[in-house]
Design a protein around this ligand. Sequence first.
Ligand code: MET
Ligand SMILES: [Zn+2]
Length: 743
Amino acid sequence: MSSIPTSFPASTVLGYPRIGPRRELKRALESYWSGRSTRADLDRTGAGLREQTWRQLAELGLAGLPSNTFSLYDHVLDTAVLLGAVPARYRDAPDPYFAMARGTDGLAPLRMTKWFDTNYHYLVPEIDADTVFKLDASKPLGEVREARALGFETRPVVVGPVTFLLLGSALDRLDEVLGCYEELLGALAAEGVAWVQLDEPALVGDRTAEELAAVRVAYERLGAVAERPGLFVSSSFGELGESLPVLAGTPVEAIGLDLVRGSVPVADLGGLGGKIVVAGVVSGRDVWRTSPERALAALGALRASQVVVSTSCSLLHVPYSLADEAELEAGLRGRLAFAEEKVAEVVALAEARLRGTAEHGGASPGPVEHAGVLLDHDEHEPSVALLPEPVPVEERSPYPVRAAAQAGHLRLPPLPTTTIGSFPQTGELRAARAAVASGALSQADYERRVEAEIERVIRVQERLGLDVLVHGEPERNDMVQYFAEHLDGFAVTRNGWVQSYGSRCTRPPILHGDVSRPAPITVRWATYAQSLTTQPVKGMLTGPVTIVAWSFVRDDLPLRDVVFQVADAIREEVRDLEAAGTSIIQVDEPALRELLPLRRAAQADYLEWAVAAYRRATSGAGDRTQIHTHLCYSDADQILAAIDGLDADVTTIESARSGARILGAVSAFGRGLGPGVYDIHSPRVPSADEVEALLGRALGALPVERVWVNPDCGLKTRTYEEVEASLANVVTATRRLRSTLTT
Ligand code: MET
Ligand SMILES: [Zn+2]
């Protein structure tokens, strides 16, 4: 074991964005997928981005450079390929990797779900009796060599065995998988790699005794490999808790801690004495500058053989650079740090510590002024004290009272048909928005185009025979950003893209101040749409939890207080929509589940205030106004009581793919329910028979007067052709079933 190093580079990051500063990877992927370029072109773009990242990190002065953090689609998928977990049905596809990621004509892709409590989606490893684990280390080895050829020594980053198997629900395969990791360590050692980083974010969740035993077995075994690099096991997104002493008891040389979300209990400090601690004091999850006082204090409290300055998680979750954001107001800009600026902070903190140690002859943090980048950090005044407790608001009447008032007012047929809000976003509209931004199109002309699109959407729905119409959301670039642009307290970026999955990116708004609504936001479009038709048109709003979940949020207030501020703004919008004559208002909360804390102990509190915020946003509506909510994930099991607690008159929820399970779960809700009968994630047009079968299943689980008929989610990513054909079949199936109902 002579090759194991005794020290770690003084500063590092756990990972870096990979989509490209100008979303180069997105363009290269889309061009390759559409056949406009070759795999070699795509690989060239990938190599260029990797080189750019290593050079940038080195130039910023970072001591420890990671590799294998790049991915053509997803790092969990890369790990599945590394371990040979490629299901047989994909192996003959022309490009098995992208077949797993995106599917092919005949093959559905792997399931995708959210990475811990982030908005990044990974592909769920599919591990079953047919899986034969077999190492293919070409990607991590290739990146190590590629970096070396450029003059950089790197630390390959790989998802760790326990997290990989927990994500694939296959911890019983630990023994086989460890064989692959042992082989990988040997191959990396032979390549002369000093350190390997094994990411184990799953260890910050509640883990059973059996799972903790798996952690011990895994790292005892990997530690015992004769020729291997130093083992650095990293964690992210929270505190290791009971996993920490287990990990500390194994031979791993370095442990990574998220010191932004958590701290080390005093009782565990002693156990770290012989380890290197890679201290995540710069947040990889938000866009705020690091407080040097707080970071240096957290670093100073550690007792370890070496303390390395690092980020709390990969910087994958933040945009590349503030350099593109000259338009941000200077005061706000001064409080921000994106990936590049965060690397500079890590470097500055490591330097400040070095100086402190030299000057004080001990581990105490040195004076903060030494750290150049940190010098002008100015802690803004927290406004906590200024905010009064939210004023209690009145609740709505009991559901039966509301239901009777709504039935008399709306006079809808049984099995009412509706959609979730958005209709296909056309290229012309996106271009028109860009033209307004650049001054090439006047606001008035743009608004006329939006109106024309609304009229088209209304006529399409009338022709199809839908019962409750929508205006189609043509004015919205994005369901969160649109509200952020119209509320005070938010800023939007020009180029602040963050990878959501594969080639998809979002540009999360920055919620930096107290939120308020200077003027009505959606009323103009809602009333215009309603003026075109005698059918009811649903008002369409995004809920407070989702707006906050998909933004970068100020960290000087408890999240709950921020969500309540947003709820009050939405409450005003609900009131104005109602006053303008809207009789059905949908308030979407697709992110309700995403913010659920990873630890059970914290979940009840979150769900309580999240539900309270939603009710605050919607409870101003009178009995006659029907409130809808929409959720789109099929794994709602953990939050069913909370969904029920939203008390919406109608809940539409994704279920076309997962069907029976969710129906069974939600059938206990005593209010309206629209289980999706059209899977909008696929270009496929469902037949009327298929829709009828799905509806029949819903009617088996729910009384007919509670069932609504709708797609799984909004239609904005589909084409008009697909949407019109699919909705026509939805209406046909509904009519067939209606005709069988005895009145
Ligand atoms: C991710 S949920 C989307 C809801 C929104 N109203 C839409 O139809 O697009
Ligand atoms: Zn949805």
